[in-house]
Each structure stands twice: as structure tokens, then as C-alpha cells.
Ligand binder design. Sequence first.
Ligand SMILES: Nc1nc(=O)c2c([nH]1)NC[C@@H]1CN(c3ccc(C(=O)N[C@@H](CCC(=O)O)C(=O)O)cc3)C=[N+]21
Ligand SMILES: [Mg+2]
Length: 298
Amino acid sequence: MSTATIIDGKAFAESLRTRVGHVAADFTAKAGRKAGLAVVLVGEDPASQVYVRNKGKQTLACGMESFEHKLPADTAEADLLAVVAQLNADPAVDGILVQLPLPAHMDEAKVIATINPDKDVDGFHVVNVGRLATGLPGFVPCTPLGCVMLLKDKLGSLSGLNAVVIGRSNIVGKPMAQLLIAESCTVTVAHSRTKDLPEVVRHADIVVAAVGRPEMVKGDWLKPGATVIDVGINRVPGVEEGKTKLVGDVDFGSASEVAGAITPVPGGVGPMTIAVLLRNTIVAAHRNMGLALDEGVL
Ligand SMILES: Nc1nc(=O)c2c([nH]1)NC[C@@H]1CN(c3ccc(C(=O)N[C@@H](CCC(=O)O)C(=O)O)cc3)C=[N+]21
Ligand SMILES: [Mg+2]
């Protein structure tokens, strides 16, 4: 039987988007224009198209402008860089997101390096990575920031807690570790080469699973009462022939019998990622226009 509290990321994301909407209306009144988010999608990956469509819809629903740039999969890297440069120069664009992954013929690091760091609402530019690592104001990657928001909402102070992050990607694992360090957690970063992962996880008050392996983390790995944040979005064959279902990196069935609280997939971290993107965009709009904003209201 499931005994864990389910952390409702979908509901939290909705309330965050409502707060972003109020701040966005205030911005429009002060700036005389709406805040704008540009999303660049290269290629026709169906999952990416769904995400981009959802981002666009939610951007508009928050009272911000959405600019979508869809480029064919065989676009030359130079042409993508030119689009980014044009968005950097456009005063109607406060935030720029280039959907990843990019086609194999493109150098992702080079493309990200071209984005103006002050419009980099994904927080992927090395300048923002450095700002996060050194405690300067900048932009923090949306998924890990969303995870910390859920953790603080659930636990209050995270100070002194043992946190184990499984995964060391630039997008989730590494920035997640930085944020947890800033919250005064004792942080362990585990990954595919970690020896005896269950034994490492057993010490964690907080587990953040971001490895991309369906249902890898089992309930009997967990310290009873641990808070489990599942970042995984894995599409696997469903019970019905030909259908797929979405599962996380955590085996929800067994984990929810041991954890104190756990995020579901779907409806956990995923919706937070988009809500934080909108939050980062309205923050960028204020900063770049020199308008004051109490970021604590977000
Ligand atoms: N530059 C860049 N920034 C990103 O933030 C970025 C990206 N590239 N590339 C792709 C990934 C993926 N991503 C998700 C966003 C929302 C959900 C989401 O809302 N998921 C729903 C389910 C959606 C479904 O049913 O497929 C949920 O978990 O409840 C998932 C995944 C952002 N990404
Ligand atoms: Mg890894």
C-alpha cells in the first residue's frame, strides 16, 4: 500500500503560473509591452513538438508573447546562429530557449554560447553556470529550480539534510547539486559508475533521480520517510498492445511504500519545468528593462 504523500507538481506549477501571470500583467502596464519568450525548435521530433506547443500555450495564458521559430532538421548551424543573434538583438524578446537536443551536425555548446546570457532563461550558458556556482544572480536551469521549489514547499528548510542526486548532466544533475549545496544540504552526486548505488541512496533524506533509466530506483533502496523527486520522463511500452506510457526513473509502486513524499510521473517535475521557464522569462524581462521586481513573490 502506498503510504507516501504525493507531491502534486501539476498543482504547484499551476499556482506558480498564476503568480507569473500577475507579475506579467504588472510588467505589461509598466513597460508598455508584453514580456516575450522565443522558442527555437530544429527538426521534427514529435516529443519536442509537443513540449514546444505546450510552452507556447502556457506563455500566452500567462499574458506573455510567444515567438516560435521552427527550422528544418537539415538547417546549417550558421543559419541557427543567425536566428539566435537576431533574437538577441530583438527588444521584444526577453527570453530565448533553443530546444535540445539539436541535430547531430550541430555543436550544442557553440549554439548555447551564442545566446545572450541575460536572455538565457534555460540557464545553460556558461556565464549562468558560473553565476550559479559562485552564488551570483543569474538564470538557473528550470528543471532543478522546479525541484528545489517542490522540496522547500514540502520540507521547509533543507539545511543539513543528506541529498543524493543520481545523474550528472549539465541540464539537471550538476545544477541540482549546486542548488542543494546553496540550501546547505550535504550533497552526493551519483551516476552510472557509482559503486553500490542502493547503499549510497540508503543514506539520503532527499533523492533526486535524473538518470534516464525507467523505474531504476527501488523502494528497498530508500531510507524510510525520504523525500523522492523523480525527474525521469521515460516512454515505455504500455499494458495495451501498441500503446506507450510515461514512467519516471523511480519505481513508483515500491518507492511510494517507503518514501515520506514522492513526485509522480507524469504530474510531478515535468509541469514545474515549464512553469519555471515562464518564471525565468518574467524575471529576465524585468532585469533587462531595469524594472524592480521582488523575486520572492514568485
Ligand atoms: N532547451 C531546452 N529546455 C528544456 O527545458 C527542455 C529541452 N530543451 N528539451 C526537452 C526537455 C524536456 N522538457 C520537458 C518539459 C515539460 C515536460 C512535461 O510537462 N511533462 C509532463 C508530461 C508530458 C507528456 O505527457 O508527455 C509531466 O511530466 O507531467 C516534460 C519535459 C523540457 N526540456
Ligand atoms: Mg549519468
